[in-house]
Design a protein around this ligand. Sequence first.
Ligand code: FPP
Length: 244
Amino acid sequence: MEYKELIKQLDKKRMPQHIAIIMDGNGRWAELHNTKRINGHKKGVETVREIVETSVEIDLKYLTIYAFSTENWRRSKDEVNYLLKLIMDSLVKEIDELKKNNVNIRFIGSRKELSASYNKKVMETCARSWNNTGLHLNVAMNYGGRREIIEAFNQIYQDIKTEKITETEINDELIGKYLYTSGMPDPDLVIRTSGEIRSSNFLVWQTAYSEFWFTDTLWPDFSSAEYIRAILEFQNRNRRFGAR
Ligand code: FPP
């Protein structure tokens, strides 16, 4: 079914507020098409564009996409350099269109391994969209869930030492404020493509109660229709958050 038809089936009252996506399978897509891995990533960016557009269309509030993990540095130097450049080039190329569509984009993750000039360019480009009030698009870049929690611990420790907070204040809510996703709702739904059934250090703290949805489809082949089907299935699940 065409995705426009599927959108009509969505229950407006049970929309997820925050969807997080592990975009996996670009490399295998490339292999399947007898082409270089980088061409899989290039095709993957087209899917990102389509899914962001559809997210805007269904009035989603938050979308977080896993673009580059703290573990991805272990790939070949060529592939790493290509990914860093592809992500930056896509941001620069799409920022006007994102702005026009009321999208508020930010990168979440650790700045540590990225160069100062890279971080600066990301910040300046994203900042152009920060008055926007529509979709909040988080690009998880040099992101690791454990790293995020370690950085939060360190900052909490600093803030206790300087008496900004006291240790008696440490609870779920306070920890949430020290994460990259501070002020955002936790993901309701996590989607992972390419048939891998694991969470790979993605939003470790925030996905404690998230619903997970997996598909064998490789990311470059993922479509708006399948995206909406995932949301429809989510709407049919019974979330209890530990209660009966
Ligand atoms: C996983 O496929 C994909 C990535 C590690 C990179 C995803 C990045 C993009 C699609 C570009 C993002 C662009 C923007 C603008 C945010 P894989 O290489 O792990 O595939 P494999 O498991 O089949 O080898």
